[in-house]
Design a protein around this ligand. Sequence first.
Ligand SMILES: C[S@@+](CC[C@H](N)C(=O)[O-])C[C@H]1O[C@@H](n2cnc3c(N)ncnc32)[C@H](O)[C@@H]1O
Length: 259
Amino acid sequence: MKIAVARTGPDPTEREIKLSTDLDLPTIELPYAYLPREVRDFDYLLTYRDSRLLLQSAGDTQAGELCIDFSDAKLNFRANSSIRNQNIAKALGLKGGSRPVVLDATAGLGKDAFLMASLGCEVSLLERSKVVHALLADGLNRLEYYEKGIATILMRMDLRFGDLLEFKADSKQFDVVYLDPMFPPRRKSAKVKKDMALLQQLLGHQTDGAQLLDCAKRLAKKRVVVKRAKLSPHLGSGRPDIEFKGSSSRYDVYLIASG
Ligand SMILES: C[S@@+](CC[C@H](N)C(=O)[O-])C[C@H]1O[C@@H](n2cnc3c(N)ncnc32)[C@H](O)[C@@H]1O
């Protein structure tokens, strides 16, 4: 997978240099009027546009672009639509005023983490892809760009880089570990949201679901919540203790016996 940091000026800016150094990626110049699909030597480009970091697929005109924007209307509509009655809240085991501390160990585009933080939970996001981590950091750090309500939710979210399989818990204890590993490939007829499709294209098929579940069970104090496509098999060999089924997804809950 060849990725470059693309710029439109002759000299890289400070943040473009920092990004290419942090991610160990080359920078290339993309003159105005030059379309990403005309780039031949790279598969993906990371570009700053209007102060936001974007991932674009070079060559694939259908793939669109990926940018993490927590002011997204659909995301905020979901966060504001009786979220406490939604399956994600039930799966977290929210009762009364309880606010579990959550580790979202497969952070991705940060949408589920945002929903959990909008429920009042303190959420640590763990992401193992350097590129996805950089996009998330960009989305989380543009605090001044968001309205106050959204910025308050984002202040409950703390981003970390790393792989759950190597994660060393620090002093922080997590009531819930949340997992949403890659969806398995779907049939052509099934709609996959464009941003998720681009993420899947970038990261490829993920195969370590059962290991993730074992690791999550060791870390969680109260429960592990696994998001699955509605008809996907359970992760690992055991059955969950509780299942919450929706129209397209399912939450499998594994309770952790205390003591
Ligand atoms: C399906 S996406 C998650 C989408 C996310 N729930 C959301 O709402 O946007 C899965 C993400 O988990 C990350 N991931 C997969 N395995 C991981 C692991 N072992 N440790 C940390 N991150 C992992 C992938 O890089 C990918 O970004």
